[in-house]
Design a protein around this ligand. Sequence first.
Ligand SMILES: NC(=O)c1ccc[n+]([C@@H]2O[C@H](COP(=O)([O-])OP(=O)(O)OC[C@H]3O[C@@H](n4cnc5c(N)ncnc54)[C@H](OP(=O)(O)O)[C@@H]3O)[C@@H](O)[C@H]2O)c1
Length: 265
Amino acid sequence: MERWRGRTVLVTGASAGIGYAIAQTLCRSGMNVIGCARRSEKVQQLAASMKGTSGAGSMTALKCDFYKEEEILAMFEEIEVKFKHVDILVNNAGLGHADDLITGRTDKWKQMLDVNIMALSICTREALRLMRNAGVDDGHVINLNSTAGHSVGSSPVSHFYTGTKHMVTALTKALNSELRQRKSKIRVTSLSPGIVDTEFADVRKAASDQQNEDTKKHLEQFHAYRDSVQPLTSQDIADAVLYIVGVPPHVNIRELTLAPTDQAV
Ligand SMILES: NC(=O)c1ccc[n+]([C@@H]2O[C@H](COP(=O)([O-])OP(=O)(O)OC[C@H]3O[C@@H](n4cnc5c(N)ncnc54)[C@H](OP(=O)(O)O)[C@@H]3O)[C@@H](O)[C@H]2O)c1
């Protein structure tokens, strides 16, 4: 990790769960962390708690709503002015509404596409632009994928989300391909956790109030299964990020999957 000390990382969705743990862990490792989210006050609180930590880098909170492209572009303008570029981008922000393919709501599908796919792609393009302009060719992009990005489970409540994460798998491979064609040394990793103990499931539950009875039943079954498994912690995922960025520059971890030992395959 020593070579990343003093360099800049943007962690999206740093206000909660996995993103919060990644931001905290990279800051402790000496990186200058920019953490963005709609609830930027939570990142601000994390920044305050990091002050005075021996060997830690800095932490900056930026408010950004990923449903709005203009906010994402404005955030990158601010990053360019204040930091010039980022060296690592962690595309972590994401959500999974319980809207199946037969009865799902269009606006919830669109929200998943906007955050899980469009914002991830816009952030990637903008981060690569800043890296290119600054002559950074050892950067790293990490996409928070999921085990759902590699197989289709039986629960309908996850199916649209599963589609978005399959696209993250494809986009990660495709970006690696584009960068290799350009002879770039920038690395791209898909990090695919199984069940992690975060607010993710609560967000899904809160958005399911208006759902039909069938979906509510599937959701209950899905949560009963989740509750039967000892989940990963957000820190497990943050430790995996340390591993991914810590390997020597000639090693590109294209895919890393971590699942709870108990989770069905
Ligand atoms: N938890 C799991 O079991 C699990 C498993 C596999 C993969 N993942 C993936 O891991 C990533 C993080 O999930 P998590 O479990 O940590 O979820 P979480 O606890 O619900 O946190 C989600 C983060 O995304 C941000 N976000 C959501 N919508 C946003 C928007 N419109 N604009 C800006 N930021 C937004 C949230 O910030 P604000 O609400 O403050 O904006 C929050 O910081 C996601 O990509 C998820 O798909 C999670």
